[in-house]
Design a protein around this ligand. Structure first.
Ligand SMILES: NC(=O)c1ccc[n+]([C@@H]2O[C@H](COP(=O)([O-])OP(=O)(O)OC[C@H]3O[C@@H](n4cnc5c(N)ncnc54)[C@H](OP(=O)(O)O)[C@@H]3O)[C@@H](O)[C@H]2O)c1
Length: 262
């Protein structure tokens, strides 16, 4: 099936690793033009060298999504180079492993800032360009934590719920401009977040053994962590003009760890 993404211009935040990187790769495979950002210049340079060489369809820029001016400049450059912005994937970020008694006021402030600025800054910057597109789609990368909070991740769970709520409002608000807004809610996906936690845990287990224990502990029905490309598949489907009647919804990509039936 042709997803109709060839030559579409898509902004993916946080495309130097994990889900963002898999999404950039999948979009390039579909013939889209992709702009991505992250904070670490070296990692972005590697992505550009690996995926971008030669075809002029990948733009990378150092940009922290919490910095509205930097995000404006990144999106402006994307629109100048590609002549359009048809899609936006708000993916950049990470979770914060803090329980109630560990989370400081700064943790709460930082977590809420990252999650909300990570959606609102790129959206504000891209909105006029999205409104000019005939197939505008925004995908917010969220977590099942939004619907199923975990006390060990109390700040992230609360922020995630807020973002799911915000996504619904945005879908209603932006429909008049023809901009669809949806979410993907991740369970546990094998990316940099988990390799860092494996290293920090120093468990003495192999990475595979540690993952299997984690999957059992968290009750993942499919018995394993997800792969970044399995999430990218759902994101690309929501970006496709073929998903033209899908807005205001969320898709769980979580191997069955989600218990919510809504
Ligand atoms: N993996 C999971 O199990 C899981 C579960 C639920 C939700 N999620 C969410 O899914 C998204 C992707 O996660 P991932 O697992 O793919 O993580 P990852 O492998 O750590 O990649 C995160 C990406 O975001 C970038 N990034 C982080 N903070 C940024 C900022 N302030 N400004 C710009 N770029 C930033 C990182 O680059 P730099 O570090 O160079 O900036 C990197 O490119 C995140 O929002 C995460 O919270 C992941």
């Amino acid at each position: 099936m042709d997803l109709g993404l060839a030559d579409r211009a898509i902004v993916v935040t946080g495309g130097s690793s994990g889900v963002g990187l898999a999404t950039v790769r999948a979009l390039l495979d579909e013939g889209a033009r992709v702009a991505t950002c992250g904070r670490d210049a070296e990692r972005l340079k590697n992505v550009a060298a690996t995926l971008g060489a030669g075809h002029g369809r990948l733009l990378t820029e150092v940009c922290d999504v919490r910095d509205a001016d930097a995000v404006d400049a990144f999106v402006r450059r994307t629109a100048e180079e590609f002549g359009a912005v048809d899609g936006l994937v708000n993916n950049a970020g990470q979770s914060r492993m803090k329980a109630l008694d560990e989370a400081t006021a700064e943790d709460w402030r930082d977590e809420l800032e990252l999650k909300f600025a990570g959606v609102l800054n790129p959206l504000h910057a891209a909105r006029p360009h999205l409104a000019a597109s005939d197939a505008a789609s925004v995908v917010n990368v969220n977590a099942v934590l939004a619907k199923q909070p975990e006390t060990r991740l109390i700040t992230t769970s609360a922020a995630r719920a807020g973002i799911l709520n915000l996504s619904k409002s945005l879908s209603a608000e932006l429909a008049a401009d023809g901009i669809r807004v949806n979410s993907v809610c991740l369970g546990l996906v094998d990316t940099g977040q988990w390799t860092r936690r494996y290293a920090a845990a120093d468990s003495g287990l192999s990475y595979e053994g540690w993952q299997a224990e984690l999957a059992a502990d968290r009750g993942i029905a499919l018995g394993r962590l997800g792969r970044a490309e399995e999430v990218a598949y759902a994101i690309v489907a929501l970006l496709s003009p073929r998903a033209s009647y899908i807005t205001g919804t969320s898709i769980d990509v979580c191997g069955g760890v989600g218990r919510s039936i809504l």
